[in-house]
Write a protein that binds this ligand. Structure first.
Ligand SMILES: [Zn+2]
Length: 128
């Protein structure tokens, strides 16, 4: 898998076959960190092979987040207690470098999480 844009371009190995079935998380932290309506991660089989060019932020003692030092995009999350590392799905460009996927069939959103954190502005039209 090829993650692109910004100062860091690297190969990543996922834990699941493509397309990865993931949830779109609407928890407060995911919305605050991204500034968007939610965030979808893909679980990595191993941590990224290079962290140069990234800026680490520890908003809590539970998770470390890495951002592109050039463009500010959220790149990775490291959940310390579970010892897992995930990549923000928005940074994934190609499933196989040179294969021409260009963002297609990489992630399939199958559910939503923490809708209640959004207050009442999502209620009524989004199924949990
Ligand atoms: Zn979240």
């Amino acid at each position: 898998m090829n993650a692109v844009r910004g100062a860091v371009n690297q190969q990543l190995t996922l834990n699941s076959p493509l397309p990865v079935e993931e949830e779109l998380c609407h928890c407060n932290m995911c919305r605050y960190v991204t500034g968007g309506i939610g965030e979808a991660f893909v679980s990595l089989a191993q941590p990224p092979n290079k962290l140069e060019g990234l800026v680490k932020n520890e908003a809590s003692n539970l998770i470390g987040r890495y951002f592109c030092g050039t463009y500010g995009a959220h790149r990775f999350a490291n959940v310390y207690e579970a010892d897992t590392c995930s990549a923000d799905s928005g940074i994934i460009e190609e499933a196989e470098p040179g294969a021409g996927h260009k963002g297609k069939d990489i992630v399939k959103i199958t559910r939503h999480a923490f809708i209640g954190d959004t207050g009442d502005w999502w209620n009524g039209w989004m199924a949990p």
